[in-house]
Design a protein around this ligand. Sequence first.
Ligand SMILES: CC(C)(COP(=O)(O)OP(=O)(O)OC[C@H]1O[C@@H](n2cnc3c(N)ncnc32)[C@H](O)[C@@H]1OP(=O)(O)O)[C@@H](O)C(=O)NCCC(=O)NCCS
Length: 169
Amino acid sequence: MKAKTPEQSKTTLTDLVLPSETNPLNNLFGGELLARMDRAASIAARRHSRRIVVTASVNHVAFNRAVPLGSVVTVEAKVSRAFNTSMEIFIDVWIEDRESGEKTKANEAIYTFVAVDETGRPVQVPEVTPETKIEIQRFNAALRRKQLSLLLAGKIKPNDATELKALFD
Ligand SMILES: CC(C)(COP(=O)(O)OP(=O)(O)OC[C@H]1O[C@@H](n2cnc3c(N)ncnc32)[C@H](O)[C@@H]1OP(=O)(O)O)[C@@H](O)C(=O)NCCC(=O)NCCS
């Protein structure tokens, strides 16, 4: 299976924030942003694996900045690392200034998707070859995040979280 770069799975969704998608402060509702990120991440995972993909875990979400009504929001997702059947997807969220067009980073998230066959059984995916500095940083830290996610889900024992243990040695 030929390795792919994060750029090959890059998925960009750009859309407005409409009144029905906001909270009482007239900012984008968190659940709406989660759905947009899930959609972009799902397409990125599909582009990387060319398989049916399912969300296995939302590993991290940081709602650092409110996104006001009427904003143009861009959600960019890329596969940062692939393991055996699972893929870590990094999602960056940007808001575009109406007058200058300048993009400001608003939020980010990390999701895990698993490639499955028609019966829902996990199947192998290609590896990722990171290219840029940030892609290499994200790739290198992904195993630690995978172990943390599996530990929190009760799917591995603390002793098996070797990357996390190494942080405290
Ligand atoms: C995701 C799913 C396919 C995993 O199935 P499973 O029986 O746990 O399979 P496995 O234990 O072999 O795990 C498959 C991969 O997922 C990874 N994984 C499972 N749970 C994970 C978690 N919480 N965090 C990170 N990775 C996880 C495993 O480490 C493994 O990765 P690898 O093969 O790359 O090493 C299964 O739980 C499922 O179908 N869940 C429902 C998915 C869904 O419907 N999502 C939408 C929610 S509405």
